[in-house]
Ligand binder design. Structure first.
Ligand code: NAD
Length: 473
């Protein structure tokens, strides 16, 4: 019986079809068809074909949603997922192989191993900023681990969501991966159901909703969240290169990147040189007027445009070193650097998630470390220094989901490095084997022969047995 509800934009949410889709992939999982590795490989190859054959449609959609240049869309969305697929295809056999465990003498004879088993049906909920990569990369891990997937793309990237919903059924088995488009209502309906894992990428407020819904079914969750990722530029940094790399990581996707440097802590002796070099880099990347550059993206929607404009106009946000112009009609905000913001300003307390970069002078390393440690653990931390001692000191004395020395954002594109947060920036990591392990159950299997069956191992307990146990164990 279809339960249909009208939505503001007059489209109809067919909630019953959501339940039907979940049942279909549940049946797909129960049939155990995803168990053989060759089946999983076929699905991964099909996903790869989707990305090749659907490339134009997907890149057009990314451009419509976020003004993403096709090259940037290919690099940061399609290529990353294809690298994940390639790694899974070449490593699946070894990831999935049972891992033998040597038994201690007291437990001999016998054999022990750890097997990787699929969890079941995984719900993947994706955000809008990398709407393709952040939906498909968890799907690669889920398929590799033998799971079925209900995929919920972000409604705030509607063209990409539609392209994904259009392409997935053409390439992937509908009893293995199904796409449910929609926003809050649809996700709420999805979350009423029991899944075997929920893989959520997004903000902390919705993460709380997801965790609460998961708790009702005791469903484990992976939460890929965000936060304020600092970049520390020390006095011995190669300032020109630090600035160019910070500029690249910050203004990629118009700053709407979860691992973008959110703010910079800079040694006062190199602050002016650093800001000048940032300005040079922006001109080199996007010309004198970024509004006319095809390489520079747009803000996702009017609500985020207003949020960012409010941050920018806050009198406590600091002096505008360069940039600052906006065009609300075109969802454009110029690459902008703010200097010396008040630490109470919104821009220093909320995740910026846009093209505004506060630069905060920081007297020394101890002050920079204390600054970072005084705030929730970020998703990423960047250190720019020519001294490995300085880099080690900062890494040793701080904590973050991931880190990168003398570059930024790049750590995410390396499939061999687990990607995830810590504390408020998230729970659990994925990419490459980490994703396979995250979406597998590690089942310990001990196999004992029936002979020998020594009576001494059973009650009744005696003083002699007590002495023997204490000696053996
Ligand atoms: P969001 O939390 O608003 O939305 C994420 C998903 O949740 C969307 O699919 C949305 O439809 C759904 N959703 C929204 N409200 C809901 C509700 N009330 N109940 C159930 N589902 C709901 O996040 P966003 O705005 O799409 O993305 C921005 C955030 O994501 C930032 O905080 C950013 O740092 C974070 N992020 C993290 C990563 C990462 O990999 N760690 C990557 C990208 C973005």
């Amino acid at each position: 019986m279809a339960l249909a509800e009208p939505r503001e934009n007059n489209t109809i949410i067919d909630l019953a079809s959501i339940d039907e889709r979940i049942l279909r992939v549940r049946a797909g999982f129960t049939s155990r068809r995803t168990q053989p590795l060759h089946f999983r490989k076929k699905q991964l190859q099909a996903l790869d074909r989707l990305l090749v054959k659907g490339e134009d449609e997907l890149l057009d959609a990314l451009s419509a949603d976020l003004g993403k240049h096709r090259t940037e869309g290919w690099l940061t969305e399609i290529a990353i997922v294809r690298a994940e697929i390639k790694e899974a295809l070449s490593s699946l056999k070894s990831w999935a192989a049972p891992k033998k465990v040597r038994l201690p003498a007291a437990h001999q004879p016998g054999k022990a191993e750890i097997r990787s088993e699929p969890l079941g049906v995984v719900l993947v909920i994706a955000p809008w900023n990398y709407p393709l990569q952040l939906l498909f990369s968890p799907i690669v891990a889920a398929i590799a681990a033998g799971n079925c997937v209900v995929a919920k793309p972000s409604e705030l990237a509607p063209a990409t969501s539609a392209a994904i919903a259009h392409l997935v059924p053409q390439f992937l088995d509908g009893s293995v991966v199904t796409v449910v488009e929609g926003g809050v209502e649809e996700t709420t309906e999805l979350l009423r159901n029991r899944f075997d894992h929920i893989f959520f990428t997004g903000g902390p407020n919705v993460a709380r909703v997801v965790m609460e819904a998961a708790a009702a079914h005791l469903t484990p969750v992976t939460l890929e969240l965000g936060g304020k990722s600092p970049a520390i530029v020390t006095r011995d940094a190669n300032v020109a290169i630090a600035a160019r790399r910070v500029a690249w990581g910050k203004w990629l996707n118009a700053g709407q990147t979860c691992v973008a440097p959110d703010y910079v802590l800079v040694h006062p002796s190199v602050q002016t040189e650093f800001i000048d070099a940032l300005s040079d880099a922006v001109q080199e990347f996007f010309g004198v007027d970024a509004a006319t550059s095809e390489s520079y993206g747009r803000i996702v929607n009017a609500r985020h445009q207003r949020r960012l404009e409010r941050m920018l106009r806050d009198p406590e946000a600091g002096r505008v070193a360069f940039g600052g112009s906006v065009d609300a009609q075109k969802l454009f905000i110029e690459p902008t650097v703010l200097v010396n913001p008040d630490l109470g300003a919104t821009v220093m307390n909320e995740e910026i998630f846009g093209p505004i970069l506060p630069v905060v002078p920081c007297a020394d390393l101890d002050a920079a470390i204390a600054f970072v440690n005084g705030r929730p653990q970020p998703l990423a931390l960047y250190v720019f220094t020519e001294s490995s001692e300085t880099a080690e000191r900062i890494l040793d004395q701080t904590s973050s989901g991931g880190a990168c020395v003398n570059h930024c954002v790049q750590q995410v594109g390396i499939t061999q490095l687990p990607f995830g947060g810590v504390g408020e920036s998230g729970t659990g990591a994925y990419h490459g084997q980490a994703g396979f392990d995250r979406l597998s159950h590690k089942r310990s299997v001990l196999n004992k022969p029936t002979r020998p069956d020594l009576r001494i191992a059973y009650p009744p307990y005696t003083a002699f047995k007590d002495r023997l146990y204490r000696k053996l164990l």
